[in-house]
Write a protein that binds this ligand. Sequence first.
Ligand code: AMP
Length: 233
Amino acid sequence: MVPILLLGVPGAGKGTQAKRLVARYHIPHLSTGDMLREIETSGSAQGVQIGHDMHQGNLVPDTVVCQVVGKRLQRPDCRNGYILDGFPRTLPQAEWLIGFLHNGASFRPAGPIIVVYLTVGYNDLYRRLLGRRSCPECGRIYNDFTQPPRQAGVCDLDQTALVQRHDDDPAVIRERLSAYEERTLPLVQFFRSHGQLLEINGAEPVNRVSERMFAAIDPFIAVPACPPTGGGQ
Ligand code: AMP
């Protein structure tokens, strides 16, 4: 089993590319943002605190996120690998992950962790984040500038009204980008020595990014002939 980790600034296209990785390698997509939003909506005291951090554009504390991820990685659908999207985001999280994979995890990697580092310039990023919309029903992601739905504001697949994430507003975006620069960018250097870092230009058209990503990953992972049974997150 080989974990794939998606690294990149918010809006680099990690969520979109993660879905394509799922379709190709048939391993689950684990997005810490989605996991945390789920806890937030549970209404628990922890959920309220998590929601507060997320709405401000701050990172949720490392101990909380590592605990959530550690629990998720023990589930049986992770036995053949998984795609980590949005984790780790700080050096302590990265160090925790390496320690966990070598000592605590039920499923240990057969080789180096594959780290896909999606790079995008800041001008593109603002457009992508401000234009991002998703379908609350099927999860499909659109962008008013780069990938609009056929009918404005409505999902092509199930005609549900599209929504914008709370944290995709300009002030929160600035906070998220500064948190990224300060705390996540150092991980690029970390994974040069603790993984197989694959740098991909995320500013290219979505299909081209996927092609380049698959070409870089395929030598490390066997592409399954047919999908195994069992679900994702
Ligand atoms: P995302 O959907 O990955 O953009 O994450 C949305 C928000 O969830 C982030 O802005 C953080 O507040 C929180 N979050 C997601 N992943 C992490 C993480 N690994 N560490 C800390 N906070 C996180």
